[in-house]
Design a protein around this ligand. Structure first.
Ligand code: PGA
Length: 250
C-alpha cells in the first residue's frame, strides 16, 4: 500500500485528483468507481478545473458509483445521482450514458442488484475505485458486520450512518432507511483502489483499518488484502496511523 500525506483537505484533494487524472490520461476509456460524501468533493472540483483548462477529457471514460438511497429518484436533491450530476458529471464531458448509479426507484430490489452487477461486469470491471471511509469503518454502504463476499445488495442503514448523513438533509426531512450498495466483493475486484480521508474524526478508524485485524466489524479493514491500494489523507486523518510507524510518503 502507498500512503500519501497532504497538509490539508485541499492538498489531499489535489493528490487524489492527480491519481484519478493519471488513470484517465493513460486509459481514456477507463472505468472509474466513484463515491459521494464530503471527502471527494474537492477532488471533483480539481478534476473540473483541469477539464476546463483543456488538460483532461472524460469523453471515453465510464463511471460507476458505489451506492444510492432506496426510494430517492435522480431529481431528488439528496439522491446520489443528483449529487454526482451537481458535483461532477454536469461540469465535464463525460457522456451521460456512460455514468452508472443504482436506480433508487427500482421496484424490484433483487433485480436491480443483479442489473448493477451485470453493468459492472459488462464494463469489464473497475480500473480505479475511489473510496471514502465512514467513521464506523463502512465503505460504500457496507456497514460493520456485513459479509465480505457480497456484490451489489440492499442494506438497512445503521443508526450511526443515518445520523452522520442527516447533515445532507434539510431539517426534519426523513433519511431513507435503506440503500443499494456495491458489496465488498465488488469493491475488492477493482484493479486499483484509492482511499481518500480527511479530518481528525477519521484518524482512529484509518489506523484500525490499516493496522488492525481484518474483520467484518471494520469493513474497510478488508482493504489490507487488496494488492493495489493507495491511501491519500491530510495530516489530521493520518495522525494515528503515523504513530504506528507506517511508511508515509510526502
Ligand atoms: P464523508 O463520508 O466523505 O462524508 O466523510 C465517507 C463515508 O461515509 O463513506
Amino acid at each position: 500500500m502507498r500512503i500519501y500525506e497532504a497538509a490539508d483537505y485541499r492538498g489531499m484533494s489535489r493528490r487524489a485528483a492527480n491519481i484519478i487524472s493519471a488513470h484517465v490520461i493513460l486509459k481514456p476509456a477507463c472505468v472509474l468507481g466513484l463515491a459521494t460524501g464530503r471527502t471527494p468533493v474537492g477532488a471533483y472540483q480539481q478534476l473540473i478545473e483541469w477539464y476546463r483548462k483543456g488538460d483532461l477529457s472524460f469523453r471515453e471514460t465510464r463511471a460507476v458509483n458505489l451506492d444510492e438511497y432506496r426510494g430517492l429518484g435522480p431529481g431528488h436533491p439528496q439522491s446520489y445521482r443528483f449529487f454526482m450530476q451537481e458535483q461532477l458529471f454536469s461540469h465535464i464531458d463525460i457522456r451521460p450514458e456512460n455514468t452508472f448509479i443504482p436506480d433508487g426507484l427500482a421496484p424490484d430490489a433483487d433485480a436491480e442488484c443483479r442489473r448493477y452487477n451485470e453493468v459492472i461486469r459488462t464494463l469489464g470491471g473497475i480500473d480505479l475505485q475511489l473510496l471514502g471511509i465512514g467513521r464506523n469503518g463502512h465503505i460504500g454502504f457496507n456497514e460493520p458486520g456485513r459479509a465480505f463476499e457480497l456484490e451489489t445488495h440492499l442494506v438497512d442503514l445503521s443508526a450511526s450512518t443515518r445520523a452522520a448523513n442527516a447533515r445532507f438533509f434539510p431539517d426534519g426531512a426523513e433519511i431513507p432507511g435503506q440503500a443499494f450498495t456495491m458489496g465488498i466483493k465488488s469493491i475488492m475486484q477493482a484493479r486499483r483502489i484509492l482511499v481518500a480521508v480527511s479530518g481528525a474524526e477519521k484518524a482512529e478508524i484509518v489506523m484500525r483499518a490499516f493496522t488492525g485485524p481484518v474483520v467484518p466489524g471494520v469493513p474497510c479493514s478488508i482493504l489490507q488484502l487488496h494488492p493495489d491500494v493507495t491511501l491519500v489523507g491530510d495530516r489530521a486523518a493520518l495522525a494515528a496511523l503515523r504513530k504506528t510507524g507506517a511508511r508515509i510518503c510526502g
